[in-house]
Design a protein around this ligand. Structure first.
Ligand SMILES: Cc1cc2nc3c(=O)[nH]c(=O)nc-3n(C[C@H](O)[C@H](O)[C@H](O)COP(=O)(O)OP(=O)(O)OC[C@H]3O[C@@H](n4cnc5c(N)ncnc54)[C@H](O)[C@@H]3O)c2cc1C
Length: 358
């Protein structure tokens, strides 16, 4: 296990940490004034008050795990403090430079899977060193008009453990995607892109037009653990189809698993490793139906149920309300996420995830 320590002296630090903990009871334990502990498969951190400051000890099972823990802490504490505080970490692991979970990848193949889905294969150096149980990556696309002789500028770790992204002419298009398939022997991953109509520069457009040899950056995988429970109910539109497909492939034989997936029509269905109820929009614009919420309303909760969902923002709100307010499933028995938001480009799909409680 690797360790690193930092001390955060800031008048709002305790309140910020207690709000961070209150918003994530599924990961963080502790009282309102600490100490707090977060434990994830790749590492964790312990936080306690030290006079007017917070003492933070991050640990990781390897350099990637430790780097993730520093990043999770600094990103969240900055968000809750609404201030770019700087941290200094002592101990193991690097605190600046190329993140250990970054890879520069190249396209090796691209093919149309269904009318609305493009599968892109990327070759990833040292793939075996990445946490491949995690589902999601941040895809980094260099500016489309960048001259071929000008290499992309990739994000770097700062001394605080945060990520610093290039701006101006070097700015990257950053989007979250799911690793659909890993081929360790070939050192390749596959990502399935929904080909939604878009007038601007977008990852969907890149996927539709990319050629072998094209360069893309990957941060991760990280976040999006495969849920474990005796009974799983998985819901999503086509953006979550790759994640649902991977979850179905990873579930143990005893798991009772049911998936409900919204696509445009039968032509966009895919053979998956478990039972699926396919819902058809039949020409309605993506993100405008209530098909997923209505299908959920026909199911019933049970004590051993875990609900996993990924979809457009309005559907996400409907599903989360149903699961939390009507079914009253505790936080550790569901994961409902907005994967995209109608009319909003980029990573802004989710509501700010912290509560307004002081
Ligand atoms: C954890 C996570 C995992 C994800 N995994 C996948 C995945 O494996 N495959 C995948 O295709 N997507 C996935 N997504 C969703 C994807 O990140 C978004 O759809 C993203 O907005 C696509 O980026 P873009 O550059 O193509 O479009 P943007 O530039 O972000 O958006 C341009 C316009 O297109 C709209 N738009 C975005 N997505 C869609 C859509 N699916 N249908 C219709 N309109 C849309 C936006 O509202 C906006 O108006 C995932 C999202 C998250 C949070």
């Amino acid at each position: 296990m690797l360790h690193a320590i930092t001390r955060l002296a800031h008048p709002g630090a305790t309140i910020a940490m207690s709000r961070f903990a209150a918003d994530h009871p599924e990961y963080i334990t502790g009282t309102k004034t600490g100490p707090w502990r977060m434990q994830l498969p790749l590492g964790g951190f312990d936080v306690r008050q030290d006079g007017a400051a917070l003492l933070v000890e991050a640990s990781g099972v390897n350099p990637i795990g430790l780097s993730y823990m520093k990043l999770i802490f600094v990103d969240h504490i900055r968000e809750y403090l609404a201030e770019e505080v700087e941290l200094h970490w002592d101990g193991d692991g690097q605190s600046h430079g190329i993140p250990p979970f970054f890879r520069e990848t190249r396209v090796t193949a691209s093919r149309r899977l269904t009318p609305s889905m493009q599968r892109v294969t990327l070759t990833v150096p040292d793939l075996q060193d990445l946490p491949l149980d995690e589902l999601h990556v941040r895809l980094l696309l260099p500016p489309a008009d960048r001259p071929a002789n000008l290499p992309p500028v990739w994000p770097m770790l700062t001394a605080s453990g945060a990520l610093s992204f290039p701006g101006g002419a070097d700015a990257l298009l950053v989007r979250v995607y799911t690793i659909r398939h890993v081929d360790l022997a070939r050192g390749e991953v596959e990502i399935d892109f929904v080909l939604h109509p878009t007038a601007e520069t977008s990852a969907a457009r890149w996927a539709a037009t990319c050629r072998p040899g094209d360069v893309a950056g990957l941060l991760g995988p990280g976040g999006g653990a495969i849920p474990q429970a005796p009974r799983l109910l998985l819901l999503g539109d086509e953006t979550a189809l790759p994640a649902i497909a991977r979850i179905l492939e990873a579930t143990s034989p005893g798991t009772r698993c049911e998936a409900i997936i919204e696509v445009n029509g039968p032509e966009d269905e895919q053979p998956l490793a478990g039972p699926v109820e396919w819902l058809h929009r039949s020409g309605a614009a993506p993100g405008t139906t209530r098909l997923l919420a209505e299908a959920l309303g026909k199911r019933h909760p049970s004590d051993d149920l875990y609900v996993w969902a990924g979809c457009e923002f309005d559907a996400f709100r409907d599903i989360r309300r149903h699961v939390r307010s009507i079914w009253k499933l505790p936080r550790d028995r569901h994961m409902v996420a907005a994967y995209w938001r109608r009319g909003v480009a980029g990573e802004m799909a989710e509501e700010p995830h912290h509560s307004s409680a002081a």
